[in-house]
Design a protein around this ligand. Structure first.
Ligand SMILES: Cc1cc2nc3c(=O)[nH]c(=O)nc-3n(C[C@H](O)[C@H](O)[C@H](O)COP(=O)(O)OP(=O)(O)OC[C@H]3O[C@@H](n4cnc5c(N)ncnc54)[C@H](O)[C@@H]3O)c2cc1C
Length: 657
C-alpha cells in the first residue's frame, strides 16, 4: 500500500481549524511581540490584553507556539557552533518544528563550543580560558537544558537535573574572597560604600538607559566608589574595568539585583560540575547530532550575498571557504541564516610554563579575524548592522589574560586548603569562586572549582584558574606585565601573593601552566551608544538573524551564556513569526523584597533610609517578613523614626534635584 502524506501546510491548517473563528478575529495571532520590553511596560490588565506581562516567566510560557506555516522545506545555516549557535538549532527544532536534518552548522574551527572550552590532559596541562559563574535566573539557558539529556545520569534526566543534583547538595560560598599582604585573608564582610556612593548607585538605577550612551563607569562614579570593597567585589567577579560602559554596569545592577547580598561571599552563585565544554557543550552537541543536525568544521563564512527589494533585505548566498577552498551556498527565500557576529575569544594567544604568549596584534591590526571581519563586512552594507569598530579597536582596554594551572600536590595546594571551604579533593566546592588579591598590581584573582574539573582528571591533580584585570602594570615581584611573562613567571607572582615564595621550586616542579591572552575578552563591555549593536533581526531582514554577545536585547546583559541563548531564541521566534514570546529578564529587579534587601546590603546591613518607618508600618502584618534582617530594639526604633523621616525627606529632595 502506498501511504500518502498530506502537505505540511495543510496539516498546519488542520491543527488550528477548530479555532478558525477565534484566530480570524484575533489581534494577537501572527502578531506576537517576540521580544517584549519590561522597562517600557505599564503592567495592567485591560479589556484588550491577552498576552502575559513582558517578564512573566513560568509554566504559562511553556506553550507550544503554533508556527504560522510549515517550515519543512526550509534549510537553516547557523554560523558558529558556540552556545548561541547550538541554542538556535535547538529552538528551530523544538519550537519551529524544522527537521533537524535541514540544519547545518558552519564552523571555522575543528571543534564546537566557541568560547565554552575545556581541553588538555594531565601530561600537557589542562586549559580553560574561563570558568562559569552562573545564576539560577538564566531562564533561557535552563529552559533549553531541562530537555537536553544529562552527561552522566541515565534517561530521563537532563543537564538541568544533573546541575541541580550537584548544586542543591553543595552550596557555594567563599571564606577567603579577598587576600592581601602576601597570603593573609582580608576582611570582606563589608562593602564600605559612603552614603554619597550608595546614592550614586540608586541614581544610576533610576536613570534612563538612553541617557547613558558612550559614558564610562569612571565618568560617573567617584574615586571613593572605585576604591571601595564593593567595586573590588564587582569588578573582579564580572571583569569590569573602570573605563567600561556605564550603561552595561547599570544593566548588570538590574539583572543581578537579587544577588547583591551574595556579592561578597559569592553565595549567590552556582557552578557546573565540570568545565563548561564537558558540562554543556558535549551533551548539547550529542543531542543535536542525534536529531540529525550536521556540523561542518573548518568552514569559514566570509561574507553574505545580500539583496534588498521593496519587501526587505534577503540573504541570497553564503560566501564561504571550506577547508581552504572558496565556495558559495545559495540561499532561498524560505531558508534562514543565523550568524554569530563578533567574538570575545578570537585571536587568543597561548603560552606555557616556558613561553609567554607571542602577541602579534595591536590596534592597527585588530578586528581582522573571522567573527569581526564578517561583522565589518555586514556593517559596510547598511547601518542597521551596527558599528563593530566600537568594540574591537582598542585592545589595551578589552584584553586580559587567563591561566590554567594543572597541579600535583605541592605547597600551592597546601596553601589553597587554607582558603577552601571543603577539602579540594572532596569533590565539593573548593574556594567557592574567585579569590582576589587586592594589593596585586595586576589585580590578580584565582579560583579552584569543584574537582575533578575534567572527567578524565587523575585523583591527585587539581585544576586552578587564574586571571588578572590590569595588563599594562608590572607585577609586584616579577617586574614585567602579565602578557610579557612565561607561565612560570605568572606562577611565581601568584606564589609571592600567596606568601609561599620560599617554596617556589616545589610549586614550579609540580605545576603545569597554560596561559591564554585574549585581546577581545571584554570587548562587549566597551562604551557604546544606541545603534552600535544590531538588533537580533536587523531592520528589514527577512531571513537573517544575528546572535551572540554583540547584538542588542532590551534589558539583558552581555558576557553570559544566558544572553547568547536569549538571542538565539529571539532570532528563531522572530524569523519564523512563532506565536510565542521570549519573556524579558527575570522580574526580581522589581520585587520589593529584593529592592529593600539591596538597600540594606549597600548600607552594610545597617538600616537604610526609611527602614524604621517601614518596620513600624509593617509590624504584625502579613508583609512584615519582606523587610530584611533583624528588627531593632523598641527604643532604637523610637529615636530612629524621627531621624529616618528627616533623612527620607532629604533623600527625596536630593533625588528630585
Ligand atoms: C574567559 C571567559 C569567562 C567567562 N565567564 C562567564 C561566566 O562566568 N558566566 C557566564 O554566564 N558566561 C561567561 N562567559 C561568557 C560565555 O562563555 C559567552 O558569552 C558565550 O559562551 C558566548 O557564546 P556565543 O555562542 O555567543 O559565541 P562564541 O562562543 O564566541 O562562539 C562563536 C563561534 O562562531 C565561530 N565563528 C565566528 N565567526 C565565524 C565565521 N565567520 N565563520 C565560521 N565560524 C565562525 C567561532 O569559531 C565560534 O565557535 C565567559 C567567557 C569567557 C571567554
Amino acid at each position: 500500500m502506498v501511504r500518502t502524506t498530506k502537505p505540511k501546510n495543510k496539516q498546519m491548517k488542520e491543527i488550528t481549524s477548530k479555532f478558525e473563528k477565534v484566530l480570524q478575529a484575533s489581534t494577537s495571532y501572527g502578531k506576537v511581540n517576540h521580544e517584549p520590553d519590561s522597562s517600557k511596560e505599564v503592567q495592567r490588565n485591560t479589556p484588550k490584553k491577552s498576552m502575559p506581562f513582558s517578564d512573566q516567566i513560568g509554566n504559562y510560557q511553556r506553550n507550544k507556539g503554533i508556527p504560522p506555516k510549515s517550515f519543512e522545506n526550509s534549510k537553516v545555516y547557523i554560523v558558529g557552533s558556540g552556545i548561541g549557535g547550538m541554542a538556535t538549532a535547538y529552538y528551530f527544532i523544538r519550537d519551529g518544528h524544522i527537521p533537524a536534518a535541514n540544519i547545518t552548522f558552519l564552523e571555522q574551527l575543528h571543534i564546537e563550543g566557541g568560547s565554552l572550552d575545556g581541553a588538555g590532559n594531565p601530561t600537557d596541562g589542562y586549559i580553560i580560558r574561563g570558568g562559569r559563574e552562573m545564576d539560577m535566573t538564566y531562564e533561557n539557558l535552563w529552559d533549553m537544558f531541562q530537555d537536553i539529556p544529562a552527561l552522566e545520569m541515565p534517561a530521563p534526566y537532563s543537564v538541568l537535573d544533573e546541575y541541580r543534583l550537584i548544586n542543591d547538595n553543595d552550596s557555594n560560598y567563599s571564606k577567603a574572597r579577598l587576600i592581601h599582604n602576601r597570603g593573609e585573608v582580608k576582611d570582606f564582610s563589608t562593602f564600605g560604600l559612603s552614603k554619597k556612593d550608595q546614592l550614586a548607585i540608586i541614581k544610576l538605577l533610576l536613570k534612563k538607559k538612553e541617557d547613558l550612551d558612550d559614558l564610562t563607569i569612571e565618568d560617573y562614579f567617584s574615586t571613593s566608589f572605585l576604591e571601595s570593597n564593593f567595586w573590588m567585589f564587582w569588578r573582579t567577579m564580572f571583569a569590569f574595568e573602570n573605563w567600561h560602559s556605564l550603561l552595561e554596569l547599570k544593566l548588570y545592577m538590574h539583572r543581578f539585583l537579587h544577588a547583591i547580598d551574595g556579592l561578597n561571599d559569592l553565595s549567590s552563585l552556582v557552578f557546573p560540575k565540570y568545565n563548561q565544554y564537558d558540562t554543556f557543550v558535549t551533551p548539547l552537541r550529542k543531542f543535536l547530532q542525534s536529531k540529525g543536525v550536521k556540523i561542518e568544521f573548518h568552514t569559514l563564512l566570509k561574507d553574505l550575498d545580500m539583496h534588498s527589494n521593496t519587501e526587505g533585505k534577503w540573504v541570497e548566498g553564503l560566501i564561504i571557504e571550506r577547508k581552504g577552498t572558496a565556495a558559495k551556498i545559495p540561499i532561498g527565500k524560505e531558508d534562514y541564516v543565523i550568524v554569530t557576529t563578533g567574538s570575545m575569544t578570537e585571536d587568543t594567544f597561548y603560552g606555557d610554563n616556558k613561553t609567554a604568549p607571542i602577541i602579534t596584534l595591536d590596534n592597527s591590526t585588530s578586528g581582522q579575524s573571522s567573527g569581526w571581519k564578517l561583522w565589518k563586512n555586514l556593517a559596510a552594507k547598511s547601518p542597521v548592522f551596527g558599528k563593530p569598530e566600537k568594540f574591537c579597536s582598542n585592545i589595551e582596554k578589552s584584553s586580559w589574560e587567563s591561566v590554567t594551572l594543572t597541579c600535583k600536590p605541592s605547597a600551592l595546594v597546601e596553601k589553597l586548603k587554607e582558603y577552601s571551604v571543603n577539602d579540594p579533593y572532596s569533590g565539593k566546592t573548593v574556594t567557592g569562586g574567585i579569590i582576589s588579591i587586592t594589593d596585586s598590581n595586576w589585580l590578580m584573582s584565582f579560583t579552584c572549582n569543584r574537582q575533578p574539573h575534567f572527567p578524565n582528571q587523575p585523583d591527585d591533580v587539581l585544576v586552578i584558574w587564574v586571571y588578572s584585570l590590569f595588563m599594562d602594570k608590572e607585577g609586584n615581584y616579577i617586574k614585567k606585565t602579565m602578557p610579557q611573562c612565561t607561565g612560570d613567571e605568572v606562577l611565581t607572582e601568584l606564589c609571592y601573593h600567596m606568601g609561599i615564595i620560599d617554596q617556589l621550586d616545589n610549586v614550579l616542579e609540580n605545576t603545569l601552566v597554560r596561559t591564554a591572552f585574549m585581546p577581545y575578552i571584554t570587548s562587549m563591555f566597551m562604551p557604546r551608544a544606541k545603534g552600535d549593536r544590531p538588533r537580533v533581526v536587523p531592520e528589514g531582514c527577512k531571513n537573517l538573524g544575528l546572535i551572540g554577545q554583540f547584538v542588542e536585547t532590551n534589558n539583558d546583559v552581555v558576557f553570559t551564556m544566558e544572553s547568547s541563548v536569549r538571542t538565539a531564541r529571539i532570532a528563531v521566534y522572530k524569523l519564523l513569526n512563532l506565536n510565542k514570546q521570549v519573556p524579558d529578564i527575570n522580574p526580581l529587579q522589581y520585587d520589593i523584597r529584593h529592592l529593600l534587601k539591596a538597600a540594606k546590603t549597600l548600607n552594610d546591613d545597617k538600616p537604610f533610609l526609611g527602614e524604621g518607618l517601614l518596620r513600624k508600618v509593617l509590624k504584625g502584618t502579613y508583609f512584615e517578613h519582606i523587610l530584611p534582617g533583624k528588627e531593632e530594639t523598641e527604643e532604637e526604633h523610637e529615636s530612629f523614626l524621627a531621624e529616618q523621616v528627616n533623612k527620607f525627606k532629604d533623600w527625596f529632595k536630593n533625588i528630585r534635584s
